[in-house]
Design a protein around this ligand. Structure first.
Ligand SMILES: *[C@@H]1O[C@H](CO)[C@@H](O)[C@H](O)[C@H]1NC(C)=O
Ligand SMILES: *[C@@H]1O[C@H](CO)[C@@H](O)[C@H](O)[C@H]1NC(C)=O
Ligand SMILES: *[C@@H]1O[C@H](CO)[C@@H](O)[C@H](O)[C@H]1NC(C)=O
Ligand SMILES: *[C@@H]1O[C@H](CO)[C@@H](O)[C@H](O)[C@H]1NC(C)=O
Ligand SMILES: *[C@@H]1O[C@H](CO)[C@@H](O)[C@H](O)[C@H]1NC(C)=O
Ligand SMILES: *[C@@H]1O[C@H](CO)[C@@H](O)[C@H](O)[C@H]1NC(C)=O
Ligand SMILES: *[C@@H]1O[C@H](CO)[C@@H](O)[C@H](O)[C@H]1NC(C)=O
Ligand SMILES: *[C@@H]1O[C@H](CO)[C@@H](O)[C@H](O)[C@H]1NC(C)=O
Ligand SMILES: CC(=O)N[C@H]1CO[C@H](CO)[C@@H](O)[C@@H]1O
Length: 832
C-alpha cells in the first residue's frame, strides 16, 4: 500500500515557544514522520531507576551503537512521590537528566507516564499512600484517583516542558503514553473502565504536549490515541484506526526472573525473526522491552517474588555489558532495516505465498522502480530453498526471514548469526588472585520489644499489611496475648493462615517456625491469593496463663499486575490464628486485640548505614544460621572498570547495602526448579517465556550487582547484610563480571570480530575450524571437511590481542573442500 495522503499534524501551540528548534512529529499508517522525513523507529527500553546516572551515558551509547533510534522509559510514580506531594527526583530518579543524556547522544525518547507501569515494579508503580487514601479506587472512574493521576501526570509533563524535552520544543521526546495495557483487564471494570479510559485520553490530550499519545494493548483507544501492541510477536497486530502506524511498544527480548525461578532466555534468532516479520507486515515502530533491564535496587522489585536482577536477557546485560550474540545480531538487523527504510515507509507492498509456510513480500518505490524483498519461512522445522526465477534461488532456514537487497542479494537472515557469542564469567579481578579474606562483625536485630508483645498501635482484627505498614518496610509485627486456661499444653500447635509472603512465628520469645509461600514455578502469580499459605507447627514454649504470640509477616515485592491487583490482600488479613491441641481448635485469636509494629528496629535505627551511632558491632563469636542478624564487613574496591558483583552464596534471605546504599533483597537459598531447562535450546517455533530456560537446580540469584559508583575509589567499603532466616557469611566474595570465552560460528562471506572486555586479551584458541564444523560454543567439533590451517591462521590473527577481525573466506583459510557449498568458521577462544 502506498503511503496515505492524510497526515496528522500534531504540532500546535508549544511549537511557537521555540519554533527555531521545534522538531515536527507526524505519522501516517506507514511511517513516523519527523521533520518531514519518513521513518521507521527502533526503540529500546531502559528504565532509569534500574541503573545509576554514572551508567546512563554508557548504556545510551551502546544502545545507539546497536542501532537504536529512541530510548523508552516508564516514569515510576511511587519513587518520585513516596509521600503525597513530597517529591524526589534526585540521583537515579533524575529522569530529566536521563532524557537530556538521550538527547545529547542524538537519540529520540518515548515517555510512558502510565502512571500505572506494571514493569515487575513494586505495586505496579503506585505509591502506597494512594491505596490508603479513603474513598479511592485505582485505575477506574473514581474522582479521587483521577485527580491524583492528573496531578502527577501534569507535574511530569510540566517538568518535561520546563526542560524543553518535547520534540516540539526541540527536545528528544517524540511519543508519550498514558495508562498501560488497560485493555487486557478493562472488562472487569465494566462501564466505569470505559469511562476511565476516555477520561485518560482527554486528560492526556489536554496536556498540550504537541506529540502523539499512545495507549498499549487498548483495542478501543479513543481518538487521537494510537493503540499499540505488546507481546513476543506482533506481526498479526492491526491498530484500531487504519490511519495509525503499527507500533510494537513491548517486544519482550526475554523475560523476568522470579525467586525460585530458572533463568529466562530468548534466542537472538527468534527475537530477530519476530522483528523482521513485524516490519515485513507493515510495522513502523518496534520497541525492545527491555534493551537494558538492570537491577531492582532497594525494595523496588514487584511481585510477589520478582528477583533483584532484572537482566531480562536483554541485549545489554544487567551490568551494561553487551549480551552477545544478541546485541550484535540485532545491530546487523537494524542496519538491514534502515537500508530498507524508504521501502517500508513508502513502497508499494505485495505479499505472495510461495508455500504453506513461505511467503515473499516485495516493496517497490513507484517513482524509480527500485525493489526490496523479504522472504519469510514460518515453518518451525523445514528449511526451504525458494526459487525466485530471474532473481535467484535462496536458502531460507526454518523460522527465519531473509532481507534481499534489490530482491536479488541476501544481506541479512535472522537465523544466520555472524556475531561473536560471549560467555560471561564472574571472577576475581586479577588472575590467580586469592579472594580477599573478609572479616565479619555482627549484631542481633533487637526484637525484645516485639517478643514481649509491645507494638506501636492496636486493632481488634488482623490488618492488611499494606494498610498497616504503608509499605515502608517488608516487615510487620502482629502481636497478641492469649490465656491458655483450658489447654493441657500437651502437643499444642499454632496454626496461622496468611495471604503471604513469609512468616516468622514466636511464642513467648521462642521462634517456633519460619515459612514462605511456595516457590514460584516460573510464572508470575497474578493473584495475591496464590501466595497464601497455612502455617502449622508444634509449640513447646506455651505456658499456663498468659502467653505472647509475636508473628512477623514478610512481603517480598507487592503484586504489580492484573485486574484489581492493588486490592490483593497481603499479610494476615482475612486469615486466622489458632492454638490447637489433639486436633481441635482450642483458642481462636483471630479477633483478639492485636498490637502492631512496622519494620525492624535495625531499619529504624539505620543499622545499614556504616556511620550509624545506634549500633555496636561485635567481632567475636560471629554466629552462623542465626535468624534476624546483621552482618558487617569491609572490602577493597576491585581494580579496573568491569562491573562488580558480590557472591552471597551461603547467606539465607535478606537485604544488602554497600556504603549505606541498597543493592536489593538477596535470597540465594531459593533454588530454581530442577527440571525444564534446555541447554540446546532450539530457536525455531513460537517462543513462550518458559522455553529455553537455564540455571536449573542452582540458586535463582547468587550474584548481586554493586554499581561502581557505590564504591569508594581509595578508601575501604562497607557491606552490611540483614539476614532474616539464618546464613553464614564466610564464603561471601567480591568479583568482577567479564567475557570469559568468546565463540564465533560465522558463514563464509562475512567478517567476524572477536572481542574481550576491559584489559583482557585473547590468550588461547581452543577450537577453530573452517568447513562444516559441528556443535555449539562449548562443544564444537570438526565436521567432515576443514581447511588445514584454520587454527594457526586464527592464532596469528588473534592471540595476545584484545580484539581481532576475521574475514570468513577461502582467501583467509584456503579450501575447505566443501565444493560449491558455503563453509562456516567456528572459533572458541579464551580471554584472560
Ligand atoms: C492546553 O491548551 C488549551 C488551549 O490552548 C488551554 O485551554 C489549556 O489550559 C492548556 N492545558 C494545559 C495543561 O496547559
Ligand atoms: C507471511 O508474512 C507475514 C509477515 O508479513 C506473516 O505474518 C505471515 O504469517 C506469513 N504467512 C505465512 C504463510 O508464513
Ligand atoms: C497466504 O497464506 C496465508 C496463510 O496460509 C493465508 O491466510 C493467505 O490468505 C494467503 N494469501 C494469499 C495471497 O494467498
Ligand atoms: C505508480 O505510478 C504510476 C505512474 O506514475 C501511477 O499511474 C500509479 O497510480 C502509481 N501507483 C501507485 C500505487 O501509486
Ligand atoms: C504427644 O506426642 C508424643 C510424641 O509425638 C506422643 O507420644 C503422645 O502420645 C502425644 N500426646 C497426646 C496427648 O497426643
Ligand atoms: C554501645 O556500647 C557502649 C559501651 O558499652 C554503650 O555505652 C552504648 O550505649 C552502646 N550503644 C548502643 C547503641 O547499644
Ligand atoms: C564455603 O565453601 C566451601 C568450599 O566450597 C564449602 O565447603 C563450604 O560448605 C562453604 N561454606 C558455607 C557456609 O557455605
Ligand atoms: C554443486 O556441485 C554439485 C556437484 O559438484 C552439482 O551437482 C550441484 O548442482 C552444484 N550446486 C549448485 C547450487 O551449484
Ligand atoms: C502492563 C504490563 O503488564 N506490561 C508488562 C508487559 O509484560 C512485561 C513482561 O515483562 C512487563 O514488564 C510489562 O510491564
Amino acid at each position: 500500500m502506498a503511503s496515505s495522503g492524510t497526515q496528522f499534524v500534531l504540532v500546535a501551540s508549544l511549537a511557537l515557544l521555540c519554533s527555531c528548534l521545534a522538531i515536527k512529529v507526524e505519522y501516517d499508517a506507514n511511517a513516523i514522520i519527523i521533520d518531514g522525513k519518513r521513518k521507521v523507529i527502533i526503540a529500546g527500553s531502559i528504565h532509569y531507576p534500574r541503573s545509576t546516572p554514572e551508567m546512563w551515558p554508557d548504556l545510551i551509547r551502546k544502545a545507539k551503537e546497536g542501532g537504536v533510534d529512541a530510548i523508552e522509559t516508564y516514569i515510576f510514580w511511587d519513587v518520585h512521590e513516596p509521600q503525597r506531594r513530597k517529591y524526589d527526583f534526585s540521583g537515579n530518579l533524575d529522569f530529566v537528566k536521563f532524557f537530556k543524556l538521550v538527547q545529547d547522544a542524538g537519540l529520540y525518547a518515548i515517555i510512558r507516564i502510565g502512571p500505572y507501569v506494571c514493569a515487575e515494579w513494586n505495586y505496579g508503580g503506585f505509591p502506597m499512600w494512594l491505596h490508603n487514601t479513603p474513598g479511592i479506587q485505582l485505575r477506574t472512574n473514581n474522582d479521587i484517583f483521577k485527580n491524583e493521576m492528573q496531578v502527577f501526570t501534569t507535574k511530569i509533563v510540566n517538568m518535561c516542558k520546563e526542560a524543553n524535552l518535547f520534540a516540539s520544543q526541540g527536545g528528544p521526546i517524540i511519543l508519550a503514553q498514558i495508562e498501560n495495557e488497560y485493555g487486557n483487564i478493562m472488562e472487569k471494570y465494566g462501564d466505569a473502565g470505559k469511562k476511565y479510559i476516555k477520561w485518560c485520553a482527554n486528560m492526556a490530550v489536554a496536556q498540550n504536549i504537541s506529540e502523539p499519545w499512545i495507549m498499549c494493548q487498548q483495542n478501543d483507544a479513543p481518538e487521537p490515541m494510537i493503540n499499540t501492541c505488546n507481546g513476543f510477536y506482533c506481526d498479526q497486530f492491526k491498530p484500531n484506526n487504519p490511519k495509525s502506524p503499527k507500533m510494537w511498544t513491548e517486544n519482550w527480548t526475554g523475560w523476568f526472573k522470579l525467586w525460585g525461578g530458572r533463568d529466562p532466555q530468548r534466542t537472538a534468532e527468534d527475537l530477530a525473526f519476530s522483528v523482521a516479520r513485524f516490519f515485513q507486515s507493515g510495522g513502523v515502530l518496534n520497541n525492545y522491552y527491555m534493551y537494558h533491564g538492570g537491577t531492582n535496587f532497594g525494595r523496588t522489585a514487584g511481585g510477589p517474588y520478582i528477583a533483584t536482577s532484572y537482566d531480562y536477557n536483554a541485549p545489554l546485560d544487567e551490568y551494561g555489558n553487551l549480551n552477545q550474540p544478541k546485541w550484535g545480531h540485532l545491530k546487523q538487523l537494524h542496519e538491514a532495516i534502515k537500508e530498507a527504510e524508504k521501502f517500508f515507509t513508502g513502497g508499494i507492498v505485495e505479499t505472495k505465498n510461495i508455500s504453506t509456510y513461505v511467503n515473499l513480500t516485495q516493496f517497490t518505490v513507484n517513482a524509480t522502480g527500485e525493489r526490496f524483498c523479504m522472504l519469510s519461512n514460518g515453518d518451525n522445522t523445514g528449511d526451504y530453498t525458494a526459487d525466485l526465477g530471474p532473481d535467484g534461488k535462496f536458502f531460507v532456514p526454518a523460522w527465519s526471514v531473509t532481507f534481499l537487497q534489490g530482491c536479488t542479494e541476501e544481506v541479512y537472515n535472522t537465523a544466520k548469526i555472524n556475531t561473536q557469542r560471549s560467555v560471561m564469567v564472574n571472577k576475581h579481578s586479577h588472575e590467580n588472585e586469592k579472594p580477599a579474606k573478609l572479616t565479619w562483625a555482627w549484631t542481633p536485630e533487637p526484637i525484645q520489644d516485639t517478643l514481649d508483645g509491645n507494638g506501636k498501635f492496636k486493632a481488634a482484627r488482623l490488618l492488611d499489611q499494606k494498610e498497616a505498614s504503608g509499605d515502608g518496610s517488608d516487615y510487620l509485627w502482629y502481636m497478641t496475648r492469649v490465656d491458655t486456661k483450658d489447654m493441657s499444653l500437651e502437643n499444642a500447635t499454632l496454626r496461622v493462615s496468611t495471604k503471604g509472603h513469609g512468616l516468622h512465628a514466636y511464642v513467648n520469645g521462642q521462634l517456633i517456625g519460619t515459612q514462605f509461600s511456595r516457590q514460584a514455578t516460573g510464572q508470575q502469580m497474578v493473584t495475591g491469593d496464590d501466595y497464601s499459605f497455612g502455617f502449622d507447627k508444634a509449640v513447646s514454649s506455651l505456658k499456663k496463663g498468659v502467653n505472647v504470640i509475636s508473628l512477623l509477616s514478610v512481603t517480598v515485592g507487592l503484586t504489580n499486575y492484573g485486574a484489581f491487583y492493588d486490592l490483593h490482600p497481603t499479610g494476615l488479613v482475612e486469615g486466622s490464628v489458632l492454638l490447637r491441641e489433639k486436633g481441635k481448635d482450642m483458642i481462636d485469636a483471630t479477633g483478639y486485640e492485636w498490637s502492631y509494629k512496622v519494620g525492624l528496629n535495625g531499619e529504624a535505627q539505620h543499622f545499614y548505614d556504616p556511620n550509624s551511632k545506634n549500633v555496636n558491632w561485635s567481632c567475636t563469636d560471629v554466629p552462623k544460621d542465626r535468624p534476624m542478624t546483621w552482618y558487617k564487613t569491609s572490602f577493597k574496591t576491585p581494580p579496573g572498570k568491569e562491573a562488580v558483583v558480590v557472591d552471597l552464596l551461603g547467606m539465607g534471605k535478606g537485604h544488602a547495602w554497600v556504603n549505606g546504599r541498597s543493592i536489593g533483597r538477596y535470597w540465594p537459598t531459593q533454588i530454581a526448579e530442577t527440571s525444564g531447562c534446555d541447554p540446546h535450546c532450539n530457536y525455531r517455533g513460537t517462543y513462550k517465556d518458559d522455553k529455553c530456560r537455564t540455571n536449573c537446580g542452582n540458586p535463582s540469584q547468587r550474584w548481586y550487582h554493586v554499581p561502581r559508583s557505590f564504591l569508594n575509589k581509595n578508601a575501604d567499603n562497607t557491606l552490611i547484610l540483614f539476614e532474616e532466616v539464618g546464613g553464614a557469611p564466610w564464603n561471601v566474595t567480591f568479583q568482577v563480571v567479564t567475557v570469559g570465552t568468546v565463540c564465533a560460528n560465522a558463514h563464509e562471506g562475512n567478517k567476524v570480530e572477536l572481542r574481550c572486555q576491559g584489559h583482557r586479551k585473547i590468550s588461547e584458541i581452543q577450537f577453530a575450524s573452517f568447513g562444516d564444523p559441528l556443535g555449539t560454543c562449548g562443544s564444537f567439533s570438526v565436521g567432515n571437511h576443514q581447511a588445514d590451517q584454520t587454527v594457526s591462521v586464527v592464532e596469528k590473527l588473534c592471540l595476545g590481542k584484545p580484539s581481532c577481525s576475521i574475514e570468513v573466506s577461502q582467501s583467509t583459510f584456503g579450501h575447505s573442500s566443501l565444493g560449491n557449498l558455503t563453509s562456516r568458521l567456528a572459533v572458541q577462544a579464551v580471554c584472560k
